[in-house]
Structures are given as C-alpha cells and as structure tokens.
Design a protein around this ligand. Sequence first.
Ligand code: IMP
Length: 200
Amino acid sequence: MQLIVATRNAHKTREIEQIFGSASAVRDLTAHPEISEITESGMSFEENAKLKAIAVSRKLPGLVIADDSGLEVDALGGAPGVRSARYAGVNASNTERIAKLLSRVANTGTKSDRRRARFRCVLAVARDGHVLATFEGVVDGKIAERPRGSHGFGYDPIFIPDGFKETFAELPEEVKNNISHRAEAVRKLQAELPTLCREA
Ligand code: IMP
C-alpha cells in the first residue's frame, strides 16, 4: 500500500516508515516541490494535522497522512505545544529552541514536578480534501537537566521517557519508535487502515 505523508521533515518520514514496517510504502512531499508550505494556523495538534491533510489531499491522489506533534511541559502551562517548531522564532535552530526551553524550565522554581512533560502526536488521514479519521498518541516523561545524545530530532536530547534514564536522543531508534507518541498514533492508524481503504 502506498501512503503519502504530508511532511518535508525527513526525520518524521523515517520514523513513520519504520513504525509502519515493510508492509506499506511511505512517501513524503520531497518529490512534490509544487506543493507549498501549509500555514499551521490551528490552535491544537488536531486542527493543524487536519489542515495539512486536507490541503495535501486536494493536490495528490490516495490516502494522505499528516502528523502534527510537539512537546508539552507542565511547568510552562503546556508550552511549547503547537508552537514547538517555532518556539524560539521561525528561523531558530534546535539548539536555540532547547536552550530557551531549559532556561524557562529552570526559572519556574524548584518543585520536583516542574520537569513533567509529554510528547503528543495527532495523525489526520484525508482523501480528496476530506478528513477520514484522526489518531492521537502520547508519551509521558520529563525534561532533562541538559541535552544528551545525538539520535532523533527536535527536542529528543532533552526528553526522558518514563521508565528510562536515557533521553530519546540517547536511546536506539528502535526503542523510541516502539514507545513514542508517533508510534502510538501510527499503530492506531494501522489498525484502522483496512477499513479506511475500503471506505475511501
Ligand atoms: P510540526 O508537527 O511540523 O509542527 O513540528 C513539530 C515540532 O515538534 C518539531 O519540529 C519538533 O521540534 C517537535 N517534535 C515533534 N515530535 C518530536 C519528536 O518525536 N522528537 C523531538 N521533537 C519533536
């Protein structure tokens, strides 16, 4: 089965591909430079995932999957949340986003739970401009004192999933792709895929 993932983030594509396994051929927007960047104007991961899935499925045939995801830190009232990619400005680097987040967390006091956080991922599936379904995945954990590790992307070097001492960037890819927010959402989608294909 051929699935199109509405992203140009090669890390996301690779993770989704690995979680799906060999039964599905996953393609992203790399081969479609004609599709312009979609403004993520929604107030929630679900809204943004739907926006992206609808826009891309109007341009490309077949089932289109869009991932909107991010990090929610309790001590920061759920920030950076939907603004995870733009947390330190649109042109900022991962290092700058992580530095800003660590300094904000450090300034929130000494309560032991100030580092509680979670990654959330919503996948929207659309065809011909219509959303067929959405799926959510969450992984709970805490923010590390400093960045560690070189795997993964984004905030992985500062996220320690519950049950581990290592950050996502220190853990082997297979481990992250087994327990992550994206893995949970993709597995839910995978379970519904036969039905979605029949209905589409
Ligand atoms: P968007 O879904 O393209 O808006 O971007 C989500 C942003 O959230 C990414 O650019 C990362 O900064 C962050 N993010 C989402 N998922 C992950 C993950 O699995 N690891 C690390 N950072 C993530």
